[in-house]
Design a protein around this ligand. Structure first.
Ligand code: FES
Ligand code: FES
Length: 164
């Protein structure tokens, strides 16, 4: 099958590659571009472990063809930390509040939470629970994930106020 030319802004870098039209975004990221943060947990669009940010929206990258992302902007968990390695507030908060156990869901969960906090910078507990409803965690019972997202929101809002 002939390959398509795919160009992305991926975690702030311009990336160009070739992929067959049938290739899913998750496979392009993991197998061709070596970004193994987004995970495959189900392949049926249920678990959210494959969540990435595409053009300012959370998507389950197992349900998107790589070709659909052509020309777009993609952020994965690998793009969350700053260039100097400083963790994103969400990553810090997940660590501090024990928002993970096995960690399998964590890249998708944090990437989803990243977009949730852009959509709603000050979410209530129920808004957080609704906002991450597409991301399943088999370990934590969600309590500490919700706490971590709430704590990250407070930290990010505090930093904004301090800068104003
Ligand atoms: S692997 Fe994509 S939703 Fe589960
Ligand atoms: S920490 Fe194990 S699936 Fe969420």
């Amino acid at each position: 099958m002939s390959k398509m030319h795919i160009k992305l802004k991926l975690n702030g870098r311009e990336v160009e590659t070739l992929a067959e039209p049938r290739v899913l975004l998750i496979h392009l990221l993991r197998e061709q571009l070596s970004l193994t943060g987004p995970h495959v947990g189900c392949d049926t669009s249920h678990c959210g472990a494959c969540t990435v940010d595409l053009n300012g929206r959370s998507v389950k990258s197992c349900t998107v063809f790589a070709a659909q992302a052509n020309g777009g902007t993609v952020v994965t968990i690998e793009g969350m930390a700053a260039a100097d390695g400083k963790l994103h507030a969400l990553q810090e908060a997940f660590r501090e509040h024990h928002g993970l156990q096995c960690g399998f869901c964590t890249p998708g969960m944090i990437t989803r939470a990243y977009r949730l906090l852009q959509e709603n910078p000050n979410p209530s507990e129920s808004e957080i629970r609704f906002g991450i409803a597409g991301n399943l965690c088999r370990c934590t019972g969600y309590q500490n994930i919700v706490k971590a997202i709430r704590a990250a929101a407070e930290r990010l809002n505090g930093a904004k106020e301090a800068a104003a």
